[in-house]
Design a protein around this ligand. Sequence first.
Ligand SMILES: [Zn+2]
Length: 644
Amino acid sequence: MPNAPAGGVDRVSLYQPQPNDDVQRVRDASDIVGVVGDCITLKPKGREYVCVCPFHDDHSPSMCVVPAKQIFHCFVCGAGGDAFTFVQRYHSMDFREALTYLAERGNIELTPFKPSRQNQSDSNNDQQYPTGSTKQDILAANEQAQAYFRALLTHPDHGSTARALIDRRGISDDIVERFGIGTSADRWDGLLMTIDGKGYNTQAFTDAGLLKTRDNGGQYDAMRNRLIFPICDQIGRVIGFGGRRINDDDDPKYLNSPETLVFNKSRTLYGLNHAQRAIKRERVAVIVEGYTDVIACHQHGVEHVVGTLGTALTKGHATILRRLCDTVVLLFDGDQAGQRAADRAIEVLFSETIDIKIAALSGHTEAKDPDELLSQPDGVEIFNKVIDNAVDLLKWRFDRLRAELAGAGAARVTQRIEEEIRTLLDLGIEKLSPMRRQLMIRQIAGAAGVSEQVVKASMRLGRRVPASIEPKDTMPQETNAPLTAREMLLGCLLSDPKLWLTMSSEEHDLMMTSAFRSASSAMVAQALHESVENGTGTGLHEVLRELSETMIHADEQSTADPVGRATLLCRTVEQQSEGSDERLARMMRECTRALVLNQERSEPTQSQHTESDELDQLRAFAAKQQDMRKKYGTMRGRLSGGDG
Ligand SMILES: [Zn+2]
């Protein structure tokens, strides 16, 4: 690098990042295939990838990821967008959170962001406690508490009993580090004093379940004298804590954080942030019972293992896992626990397309849990054998039934098997689509060792199965409606931003938001105008950025999805023009001509009702956009310039 003249103006202009460089740099570092692939298993298909769509109840790969355009799109529910949109929707983040997340992922250092005081208090105010704590406040409190628990573990006095317990359990330093294990002091005010000392917001810690309130109003630590296991979400944010007692006289043995805005036990799998890569690789997720079992497995290199937090396998768990793998193995220490878990897992089996298998240690080893097994010299080998020998859930139930009935007469066996079939049917077969129901009947017949006819006969004896099943997926209607010429024109402009420059101002008016029938398309058009005004052009990514930055929340109630719509429009015209610029330009001219002609003949008006509904939605959107612009104005230099 040549020496720059001291204090030279050139040097400053050369090396100073552009005011709104952050988003672009993060986008460049966030390949859509990697970002989606972190969360869902992708299968290559030509130049694209396909996967199960996480945004609707998808049972076959309906979503495609297009590396060339850096977009994803689901042709069933219409979800679509770029890497930012995906992260926003998948992890329920706002644009700022998604930007930070992707920046960390791509090792990009962001320009420090300081929202004004007023904005700080109302950021993310769509979800909060009556006390005023938001999701962000709870996450921040958890992070601060985690720092305290970690620091305490290294303290010469306060950390010594916890360290001794860690040593006794044979947990390695590497694992203590990787899983962020800490400890809480043997007193009622250890965390409380730290919070007071640092001037943190006490209310957020109370709402996070870390502090409890006495009848007289005073407060005390919820976790006292415990080994602390932080519970993280899929992307590693601390959402809660598990505490194991250090002193055997303390009760209970394990104490979990209560459910909060960020912590939902039935949707959380302990260790998933560390296990997801291995789960995707193995196509199998092993579920064990406790923190220490998960940790023992990871310490011994068996990494496709997660834990439930004192609950049975739920539909929420299965939904997360089926995006990563095909098979879930429930591993239990003894037959008793296995039986109970298998009973509950049946309902999950009926609601999610994922194979569920049961494995029990008993019968393979004397060890009472995975932790004990893996500390033996041949532990890993035996552990893997147990997993390989896992039995399909339905077969497992019938095997057990037969074992129970050993010695009973043939008639009794038949009767009990029929009863069992009816129990299974009652558990959920009515909720299945006809195709899945047929598949399930075949599976039950196979597991029970009877013909499909016998299962169907039991079905008739039992409750009646309705002839038509209400489809679970309720799609926004506009997704399936054919695109209008105006929408195709919009798609052309998104696909090739140069086309806008070839249009006359009369032709530009064709993109007036009020001319669109679909609220989503109108929002796309509005964002396109904003992009033009900002001088960033009409390209898909510029328009997506315009939309994402102003979108309040990924999961908002509105049925309109302008981000998905923009992606759909762009993708549709690109598929139809087969990547040829010439064809795209021709399509754009044809749409323009058709619209101009139609306008001269005056367009037929829509029913008054629909129009005003959509106008209302659009107005609400515009107001929201203005709001967000105020909030995030500092992110983009241009917004402080008063060009209105
Ligand atoms: Zn979808």
